[in-house]
Structures are given as structure tokens and as C-alpha cells.
Write a protein that binds this ligand. Structure first.
Ligand code: HEC
Length: 152
């Protein structure tokens, strides 16, 4: 009885480790991940998805000349539980998260002329962290970039 409980826990544990380890699969294809991760997605993954959706909304607004303030809880990056906690418990992760928050703040404070460019800079800080910790979603995040051949 106890032994099977132990096995069950072990299986759950190993299932929950799929996060960024098989980057292409688990960081990029949520549908697939659901199969491997019956416990649901991590807080950080949900937060990230939310930031992407909000980011695309912000992008559209920027493209039509507006200067939206993103409505996301980015500070929660520091505390949200991640699929692979050891990946976010590093000084590098914290430094990238800080750089992102500063870029987002700079965008909010940017002058109308500098707004597009500061939005673009902010997206690049998303990508910078991902290059280091979780490359899978980069293709998706790149969709948030404005077309630099127009209007920049
Ligand atoms: C400081 C590092 C860092 C920054 C900055 C960052 N991310 Fe992430 N992102 C991660 C990590 C780590 C994961 C994996 C989360 C997990 O599985 O627990 C992730 C996961 C994701 C995912 C996949 C979520 C899923 O469905 O599993 C998307 C999409 C994403 N991030 C988009 C973004 C966007 C958009 C930004 C900027 C607005 C951003 N990220 C900024 C570290 C970062």
C-alpha cells in the first residue's frame, strides 16, 4: 500500500519535470504538455501565457498609434511556481526578470516618439531571458515584435 503511494508520487514528480527540459515539446506545445502534465500547468507558465496574450493586445494598440499600459502582473514572475523550480532559482533568472520589468517601466514612461522603440526593446527582454532559460516559446514571442521596416 505505502509502496504504491510512493511509486505514484514518484511518477507524478517525474511528470511535473517536463517543463523546459524538452524545450520544443513542452514549452511550445501546450496541447501536448497537457498529456504529460496531468497536474495542470505551472503558475509561471499560466502567467507567461497571460503576458503573451496581453502583449499581443498591446502590440495591436501600438500599431494603431496608441500608447497602452500593459495590464499584467509581471512582478509575480519572482514568486510564481515554475515547472522546473531550479531554473528560476538562479541569479540569472532574477537578473533577466529585473531587466524585463525595467524595460516595461521604461515603455510606460516613454515619450510618444520613443514609444514604439521602447515597446520593441521590452519584447527583446522577453526573448533574452528565453534564450537563456527556455528557448521553446521564442518563435511565439517573436510574433509580438513590430515590423521594424515600417514606422520605426
Ligand atoms: C526572466 C525570465 C523570463 C522572462 C523575462 C519572460 N519569460 Fe516567458 N518563460 C520563462 C520561463 C522560465 C518559462 C517556463 C515556465 C514554466 O513552464 O513554468 C516561460 C514560459 C513562457 C511561455 C510558455 C508558457 C506555456 O504555455 O507553457 C510563453 C508563451 C512565454 N514564456 C512568453 C513570454 C513573454 C511574452 C514574455 C515577455 C512579455 C516573457 N515570456 C518573459 C521565463 C521568462
Amino acid at each position: 500500500m505505502k509502496w504504491s503511494l510512493f511509486l505514484f508520487t514518484l511518477i507524478l514528480f517525474s511528470l511535473s519535470m517536463t517543463g523546459c527540459s524538452q524545450q520544443e515539446e513542452s514549452c511550445e506545445a501546450p496541447a501536448k504538455k497537457k498529456i504529460y502534465n496531468p497536474n495542470g500547468d505551472s503558475e509561471l507558465a499560466l502567467l507567461m501565457r497571460d503576458m503573451f496574450d496581453e502583449g499581443m493586445r498591446v502590440k495591436e494598440a501600438v500599431e494603431s498609434g496608441k500608447r497602452p499600459i500593459p495590464d499584467w502582473d509581471a512582478d509575480a514572475m519572482f514568486t510564481a511556481h515554475a515547472t522546473q523550480p531550479e531554473k528560476v532559482a538562479t541569479p540569472e533568472f532574477k537578473a533577466y526578470a529585473q531587466a524585463f520589468l525595467e524595460a516595461a517601466k521604461a515603455m510606460e514612461d516613454a515619450s510618444p516618439e520613443a514609444y514604439r522603440q521602447s515597446y520593441q526593446g521590452m519584447v527583446k527582454t522577453c526573448v533574452a531571458c528565453h534564450q537563456e532559460v527556455c528557448p521553446g516559446p521564442i518563435v511565439k514571442i517573436n510574433k509580438m515584435l513590430l515590423d521594424e521596416s515600417t514606422g520605426l
